[in-house]
Design a protein around this ligand. Structure first.
Ligand code: ACO
Length: 374
C-alpha cells in the first residue's frame, strides 16, 4: 500500500479548533469572531478589535472605555528593560530588540501574569507595552531618549507619538489604527502557531510571545513588508516594473507581497490598504509608489497568476506615515500581539501538548566506531 504523502509545511492540515478567526481563502474574506474585517476596518478601533479577539464579543461602551483605560495605564517599561535595550549591539535589528525586550520584560513582571491561565492580564500588558518597546529601541539607536507614553492618547496615536515625539495628525493615527485592526489576527499563521506550540507546553505568555516575535521576523511571514520597499526602490519608476519583475521571476526569485498559503484570490487586507496607500500618496503629492505597485501587480498576475497579500501595501502606508522601513515588521507585531495572546488564552482553556511526529528517513543500525577508527 502506498504511504500518504506528507503535506509539506503542514498545508491544509487541521491541527486544532478555534473560534477566533476564519479565512475564506476562495472568497477572499477574513472574519474575526464572526465579524468581517472590512466592517471592522471601517467602523471599529484597535482597542475594540482587541477586546473582540480576547472576549469573543464586541464590548459595551463602558467595557471599551475600561479596556482602553487599562491598556493606556500599562504602557510603561521598567527602567531595567530600557537598559537592556541600550546594551544591545548598535546594529541589532528592531525585531531582535523586540524579541529580546519581551523576553527581558518577563523577568520584571508580577508572577501572576506569568501563570499559564486563561486570564487576560498578561494579554493586556503585552499589547500595551509592545509599542513602547519598539519605539524606545528606535529612539535609543538614534541616540535620542525614549518618549514617555501618554495615557490620554489612543493606542495608534500614542504609538506614533512615541516614535516621533510629536502628536500625529488625526488622519495618520486613523490609518495606523486601521492597519493595526487588519493585522490583529490571521488564524493559524506561522507566528500564532509558534505561540500556541509554546503555550501548549504550559509555558508562560511571555515565552509564547517571544516565540511568536522570532517567527514573525522571517521574510516569508512578517518580514515581507520591508522587502516590498526594497522592491519599490529597485524598480524606481512604473516603466521599469515589467523588466525588473520578469527578470526576478526568470531567476526564480519570489516577489514579496504576493502569494498566500490560504488566499486563492486577493487578500482583503491588501484591498483596504491599497486604498489607504493611494490616499496617503495622493495627499503627499507623489503617487509613484502606488503606480509602481500597480504595474508590479499586473506583471505578477499575468506571469504567475498570484494576487497581493497584506504586505504589498502596508509598507507604503507606513512609509507615508514616516515609519522607518525596519520598523514595519515590529508594527505588525504590535498589532498581532492581540491575536497571539487571544490564541494562547484559547490554548490554555483546553490544552493538550502539541507534539506532532516526523517520518524518520535516516539509518537505524549503524555501529559506533571510536574516533580513531572513523
Ligand atoms: N513570487 C513568485 N512566485 C511565488 C510567490 C511569489 N511571491 N509566491 C508563491 N510563488 C510560487 C512559488 O514559487 C511556487 O511555484 P512553483 O510551484 O512553480 O515552485 C508556487 O507559487 C507555490 O508557492 P509556495 O512558496 O510553495 O507557497 P506557500 O504556500 O508555501 O507560500 C508564501 C506562501 C510563503 C506566502 C509565498 O507565497 C511567498 O513566499 N510569498 C512571498 C513572501 C510574502 O509576501 N510573505 C507574506 C505572506 S502574508 C504574511 O505572512 C503576513
Amino acid at each position: 500500500m502506498q504511504e500518504a504523502a506528507i503535506p509539506r509545511g503542514l498545508e491544509d492540515v487541521v491541527v486544532t479548533s478555534s473560534s477566533i478567526a476564519f479565512i475564506d481563502g476562495r472568497q477572499g474574506r477574513l472574519i474575526y469572531r464572526g465579524y468581517d474585517i472590512r466592517d471592522l476596518a471601517r467602523r471599529s478601533s484597535f482597542e475594540e478589535t482587541a477586546y473582540l479577539l480576547w472576549y469573543g464579543r464586541l464590548p459595551r461602551p463602558s467595557e471599551l472605555q475600561e479596556l482602553s483605560r487599562r491598556l493606556a495605564s500599562l504602557r510603561t517599561l521598567p527602567p531595567q528593560v530600557l537598559r537592556v535595550l541600550e546594551s544591545l549591539s548598535p546594529g541589532a535589528s528592531p525585531m531582535e530588540a523586540l524579541r529580546t525586550g519581551v523576553s527581558a520584560l518577563s523577568s520584571f513582571e508580577p508572577e501572576e501574569l506569568k501563570q499559564p491561565r486563561n486570564t487576560i492580564g498578561g494579554a493586556l500588558r503585552l499589547t500595551a507595552v509592545l509599542p513602547t518597546l519598539i519605539t524606545a529601541y528606535h529612539r535609543i539607536r538614534q541616540g535620542e531618549p525614549p518618549v514617555t507614553p501618554r495615557e490620554d492618547l489612543n493606542h495608534a496615536s500614542n504609538l506614533l507619538y512615541m516614535l516621533t515625539g510629536r502628536l500625529p495628525p488625526l488622519t495618520d493615527a486613523h490609518v495606523l489604527d486601521v492597519a493595526l485592526i487588519l493585522h490583529a489576527d490571521h488564524e493559524l499563521n506561522a507566528s500564532t502557531f509558534a505561540a500556541r506550540v509554546t503555550a501548549s507546553t504550559l509555558s508562560d505568555l511571555y515565552s509564547a510571545v517571544t516565540s511568536a516575535v522570532g517567527t514573525l521576523k522571517g521574510p516569508l511571514h512578517g518580514g515581507a513588508n520591508e522587502r516590498v520597499m526594497d522592491l519599490l526602490e529597485e524598480v524606481g519608476s512604473p516603466d521599469r516594473a515589467e523588466s525588473v519583475v520578469v527578470g526576478k521571476l526568470h531567476r526564480h526569485e519570489k516577489i514579496m507581497g504576493f502569494g498566500h498559503r490560504v488566499y486563492k484570490v486577493e487578500d482583503p487586507r491588501a484591498t483596504i490598504l491599497r486604498e489607504y496607500a493611494r490616499a496617503l500618496c495622493k495627499e503627499r503629492g507623489d503617487l509613484t509608489p502606488v503606480e509602481i505597485l500597480g504595474k508590479v501587480e499586473e506583471v505578477v498576475h499575468r506571469e504567475k497568476g498570484l494576487y497581493p497579500n497584506v504586505d504589498l501595501y502596508s509598507g507604503t502606508c507606513y512609509r507615508a506615515l514616516g515609519v522607518p522601513k525596519d520598523l514595519f515588521t515590529p508594527l505588525f507585531a504590535a498589532s498581532r500581539v492581540a491575536g497571539w495572546t487571544a490564541h494562547v488564552l484559547e490554548e490554555y482553556s483546553d490544552n493538550r501538548l502539541i507534539r506532532p511526529t516526523a517520518k524518520y528517513t535516516g539509518p537505524t543500525d549503524l555501529t559506533y566506531l571510536p574516533p580513531e577508527e572513523r
